[in-house]
Write a protein that binds this ligand. Structure first.
Ligand code: ADP
Length: 541
């Protein structure tokens, strides 16, 4: 066979040739709608590619985006990598200091930023070393003076990029994760990984994506390739609807209904809100028959499957990580399970799912690989062609990989005899709130930096909206005094507001293991019913 490389330029050209009339719909910040088709997306992505080459783009140069989900972000998904650039999506929810660290660590050369996100850009502007920033007039208003206009960049372009002979293993994109403790770590996606992942999620037993579909990625395009949906949509020639910042339940339902979306996805928090809105006004929206909702990022509760089913909506649970491009397992049923009673079917579908082709999974316990008996827990390890082999420019960060090269996920699972993976716990010392990580260790380290704090533990407590929220349990130094409000203000200097603990509980001492480590499992158990527990006393000893 020909050693033909799997690259994204090929998908872009195919979409331009075969699906020119397929629509790309975006919702602007004021809820007005922008519409164009793949012909225009193809033209503009090529214009971006050629403009970057005129600016002197070299293979492997990072081009960052700080953007919501909309058509220009889609252009960058293809325009940047098709000429050898690396699309680096920046998480707009991070604290400016963390963002600046990430931009500098990745050595981003250019930035493309939404006009509505300029206030955030201004907070990092003096701290980052980028050559130029181009502003997208996403709000519909002219770009403010003093900034370079993305539209002017496209207009200045010849529109004809010279596609280099890329190797399929060349970098196409990158994304930083705080999904492990410590500093953020970059994951670099190759063209090959993205191409194979696009095929993988499109398979009938995964998300079953076809040119008949209309896709609405409600997960962020700045987070793990929006689970690969934008790439798969263009590969298949599917219509795409992009919600911009309008992720409120009613706005999402308006879009799902108006555009007759057939496949969407996001973290559970979004769908819990959507479900409530649907149940409040069951007749208000006409959803497309057989709408599928992919839920990942945190466990989708079984009740959500049942509630959506009443509206003819099929929930599909998937599991993945930024390190895995990201979708590895998908919770769809084998045919013989379709004949089981409903309870059993919901139970299986609420598992994280079966591994995709080419993705191997195993669970490792204290004595090596555990059997697939649905009973014995072990840490999930994965390997495959779209699973990271290392972090970007962090050669010392090797403990995420086993000696024989599998990615250690930090998730504790059981695997049943059919191969369905179920997450039961995690070893990662993290809190996942609304699909975004909060590092408990970082918060603890910051807290003990306060002069009145002797020791602190931050644990995840269940939350009906955000799935988990952080709670700080604090031991105050003898003779010292501090209030929750003072601790909150102290942390607010370093952390984004949504990362701050919801509450601070003062205790005389914290539980420890025999080796002196904080016994977080005990604290999690003790405070699992918080905030109904009302132990919020002022911190004095
Ligand atoms: P993502 O973009 O998928 O959120 P992250 O790297 O931020 O990627 O987080 C990956 C982690 O999220 C997993 O290791 C796991 O702990 C958690 N996770 C992802 N999907 C699920 C799921 N379906 N159920 C439970 N936990 C999940």
């Amino acid at each position: 066979m020909m050693p033909f490389p799997l690259t994204l330029a090929s998908l872009l050209e195919r979409a331009g040739k075969l699906f020119p009339a397929v629509e790309v719909v975006s919702s602007r910040p004021d809820n007005s709608i922008h519409r164009y088709d793949y012909r225009e997306m193809h033209r503009r992505a090529r214009a971006l590619a050629a403009a970057l080459q005129d600016l002197g783009l070299q293979r492997g140069d990072r081009v960052a985006t700080l953007m919501w989900n909309h058509h220009v972000h889609l252009e960058t998904y293809f325009g940047i990598p098709s000429v050898g650039g690396v699309l680096h999506t920046l998480n707009l929810r991070l604290h400016p200091d963390e963002l600046a660290y990430i931009v500098n660590h990745a050595a981003d050369r250019w930035l493309i930023v939404d006009d509505v996100l300029l206030p955030l850009y201004e907070k990092i502007r003096e701290k980052v070393r980028i050559e130029r920033a181009y502003v997208v007039p996403f709000s519909g208003h002219p770009v403010p003076s003093g900034y370079e206009d993305y539209e002017a960049l496209l207009q200045s372009s010849s529109g004809h990029p010279a596609y280099p002979d890329l190797d399929e293993n060349d970098a196409a994109g990158m994304c930083y994760t705080s999904g492990t403790t410590g500093t953020p770590k970059g994951v670099v996606y190759s063209h090959r990984a993205i191409a194979l992942h696009s095929y993988s999620i499109s398979l009938p037993d995964n998300f079953s994506i076809s040119r008949c579909d209309c896709l609405l990625p409600a997960m962020s395009m700045f987070h793990a390739n929006a689970w690969g949906l934008p790439y798969a949509a263009v590969m298949n020639g599917s219509k795409v609807v992009l919600p911009g910042p309008n992720l409120q339940p009613e706005r999402l339902l308006d879009l799902l209904s108006a555009e007759q979306v057939t496949l969407t996805g996001a973290v559970p928090t979004i769908w819990l809100g959507v479900m409530d809105a649907l149940e409040r006004q069951p007749k208000r929206w006409q959803l497309a028959p057989g709408l599928r909702i992919v839920i990942a990022g945190s466990a989708a509760p079984e009740s959500l499957f049942r509630r959506f089913e009443k509206f003819g909506v099929r929930v599909i649970q998937a599991w993945g990580m930024t390190e895995t491009t990201p979708i590895v397992t998908v919770g769809t049923l084998k045919p013989h399970l379709e004949n089981c009673p409903d309870d059993r079917k919901f139970q299986v579908r609420a598992r994280q799912g079966l591994p995709s082709p080419f993705a191997d999974v195993r669970a490792i316990g204290d004595h090596g690989e555990v059997p697939w008996n649905d009973q014995t827990p072990g840490e999930l390890e994965v390997r495959g062609p779209f699973i990271a082999a290392s972090y970007y420019n962090l050669p010392e960060e090797r403990n995420r990989w086993s000696a024989d090269g599998w990615l250690r996920t930090g998730d504790v699972v059981t695997i049943d005899p059919e191969g369905y993976v179920k997450i039961t716990d995690r070893t990662k010392d993290l809190i996942k709130s609304g699909g975004e990580w909060i590092s408990s260790v970082d918060l603890e380290n910051a807290l003990v930096g306060h002069p009145a704090v002797k020791e602190a533990a931050v644990v995840a407590v269940p939350d009906s909206k955000w799935v988990e929220r952080p709670l700080a349990v604090v031991v105050v130094k003898e003779d010292a005094r501090v209030t929750p409000e003072e601790l909150r203000c102290f942390l607010a200097e370093k952390f984004a507001k949504w990362q701050l603990p919801d509450d601070f509980i003062f205790v005389p001492e914290l539980p420890h293991t025999s080796t002196g480590k904080l016994l977080k499992s005990q604290l999690r158990k003790q405070f699992k019913d918080w905030p109904r527990l009302s132990v919020k006393a002022e911190g004095t000893t």
